[in-house]
Ligand binder design. Structure first.
Ligand SMILES: [Zn+2]
Length: 270
């Protein structure tokens, strides 16, 4: 049988990977878990989203969403948020305003070192991802959306597991999803993580101290500056962020200053 409307086998496979579910347990926090963020990750994250047991959610709301296969662009790049999936994620963040957000990703084993080594701050302006157990990694979401859509003490995190041969990892991955779904706030999720993965939780706390206040202060000031000045261009923002970074001794590197400006541009468009 021919499939009409120009739909090929691949289109159908992609549609299958799109999955969404809303669980409403009344008053409580809004939570959003998204998978299939870029590339072929949806083929892996769909397993976690479909296996996730809703019995853990006792209050508030949880939105689960898996996006179809798309081009691979890193979420650290602003142009990611111009892609279809990137735009859909921004729309969901605006609509749902989650205080608990998990971005489900997967990685190829050859990239493990790149994701977890300590020089990431210098090279790409973000902290290393931290290994919990069985190849499951956790870390902060992209700084260019972190400060736009979340408060300092919200819980926006990335979860990673191997894209293939993930049978062992899936259990740990699902456990973290359940911790986030069954908790009301950042503090109780971190407490649960600390009970099971003390050294990883400790590292996450240290990175949080290193990466939150200085970035947030500059983001808020730059946002205020951009809102006050209609005709502000990228060059103005560049000068503003560089001057203030020095003046306030915030110690952000060049890459982080660029991330602050990109976060402000996303805020202005959102
Ligand atoms: Zn990814």
């Amino acid at each position: 049988m021919r499939i009409s409307g120009g739909m090929g086998r691949r289109d159908l496979e992609n549609m299958e990977k799109r999955f969404s579910r809303t669980l409403n347990r009344g008053l409580g926090p809004s939570r959003l878990f998204v998978g299939g963020v870029h590339g072929k990750e949806s083929q892996t994250t769909i397993h976690a989203l479909k296996k996730f047991s809703e019995k853990y959610i006792k209050s508030g709301k949880l939105f689960l969403q898996n996006f179809p296969v798309s081009t691979y662009i890193s979420t650290l790049e602003r142009r990611y948020y111009d892609t279809n999936t990137g735009r859909e994620i921004l729309d969901l963040l605006k609509k749902i305003q989650p205080s608990i957000y998990l971005e489900l990703h997967c990685y190829h084993p050859q990239n493990h070192f790149q994701l977890t080594h300590e020089d990431r701050k210098k090279e790409i302006g973000v902290p290393a991802l931290v290994e919990l157990d069985k190849g499951v990694l956790m870390g902060s979401i992209s700084p260019i959306i972190r400060s736009v859509f979340f408060k300092k003490y919200d819980f926006p995190f990335i979860l990673e597991m191997p894209c293939e041969s993930f049978d062992d990892s899936l259990e740990v991955y699902l456990k973290v999803m359940e911790m986030a779904a069954s908790s009301e706030d950042r503090f109780s999720i971190l407490k649960k993580l600390e009970d099971d993965y003390p050294s990883a939780a400790d590292k996450l706390r240290r990175y949080f101290v290193d990466f939150s206040d200085n970035f947030l202060i500059l983001f808020e000031k730059t946002k205020g500056y951009a809102l006050k000045n209609d005709s502000v261009d990228l060059e103005d923002l560049e000068l503003f962020t560089e001057d203030l970074n020095g003046e306030l001794d915030l110690n952000l590197n060049k890459i982080q200053l660029k991330q602050v400006r990109e976060a402000v541009l996303i805020f202005l468009k959102a």
